[in-house]
Design a protein around this ligand. Structure first.
Ligand SMILES: C[N+](C)(C)CCCC[C@H](N)C(=O)O
Length: 288
């Protein structure tokens, strides 16, 4: 089993994560709170009340957990493809496997990573949603003091299953959209690379960026549902389940609610995934 794929997945994921984190915080706030008029308003308010640090709330944990999550995604994807097509990463450059195989391998990677990601993502969303200022003295202390305290509190108040709140929606968000992610990436690389050659850095950057956009654009409706279910444990109005969340959100806020965070998700997706794929490919090439 090629271990390099897991390691390259980890490092490239971490680089992409830092790059896109401020966008991510703004997105989570827009999806789950009604206090902001739009992207710019949200950014200005975060900056004024919480300083630049406000954009990086809850980041230490995702950085540590991306080790597991992105390496699971890339590792499972690549190894599944190897099982399906009996080709290695290098062979696949010469002869593109069928889109069905790429899609299936991407979906498998997405499915497995969704469950690895679920508890980390929940904690991230809870911390990002704390609007208390860290710099102003005398402001009320936030409910969660940090990721470990947050995990312990959730365990105590909501039980072990509480840590997997929203994981069904997360799985529905990630399984098909990561299939699409790898199809877009491999397809674009293949299209713009002369046969037998390795794709250039520019091709990898652009293909990775568009893969990110394609997958986030399609993932946004379930991303909203997932974030709302995850916040259910702290807000008084918890949803009875996924259906209830979809129906209630739709009745109260209309169809547009499922596209909250759409613009910011797409804007974040390009740089994050361009950097992720470029570092992934460079590492694999370096290790030959
Ligand atoms: C499937 N979905 C679009 C939800 C996630 C795609 C993950 C790719 C990358 N880690 C990123 O954060 O952009």
């Amino acid at each position: 089993m090629p271990v390099e794929e897991f390691v390259a997945g980890w490092i490239s994921g971490a680089l992409g994560l830092v790059m896109g984190y401020p966008f991510d915080t703004v997105k989570v706030r827009l999806q789950t709170q009604n206090a902001y008029r739009g992207i710019v308003d949200c950014m200005v308010k975060i900056y004024r009340h919480e300083s630049i640090l406000g954009f990086f709330k809850g980041m230490s944990f995702p950085i540590a957990s991306i080790a597991v999550v992105n390496s699971v995604l890339f590792g499972v994807y690549s190894n599944t493809l190897q099982v399906l097509t009996a080709t290695s990463h290098q062979d696949r450059r010469a002869q593109l496997p069928s889109y069905t195989c790429i899609f299936l391998a991407g979906c498998t990677g997405g499915f497995v990573q969704a469950y690895a990601l679920a508890p980390f993502d929940l904690i991230k969303v809870r911390l990002q949603n704390q609007t208390e200022s860290r710099v102003r003295l005398g402001s009320p202390p936030p409910r969660y003091r940090g990721p470990v305290h947050c995990a312990a509190t959730i365990l105590r108040e909501e039980g072990p299953r509480g840590l997997f709140r929203g994981s069904g929606a997360l799985m529905l968000r990630d399984t098909p959209t990561l299939g699409l992610y790898f199809i877009t990436y491999e397809g674009l690389c293949y299209q713009y690379t002369p046969t037998g050659q390795q794709p250039s850095s520019t091709t990898v950057l652009v293909a990775g960026g568009f893969a990110g956009i394609a997958s986030w654009v399609t993932a946004t409706p379930f991303d909203v549902v997932k974030a709302r279910l995850q916040m259910g444990g702290v807000q008084q109005r918890a949803y009875a389940g996924m259906r209830d969340c979809i129906v209630t959100s739709f009745r109260r806020e209309g169809l547009a609610v499922f596209f909250r965070g759409f613009t910011i998700n797409s804007a974040r997706a390009f740089p994050v995934n361009a950097v992720t794929f470029l570092s992934y490919e460079s590492l694999l090439r370096m290790w030959g």
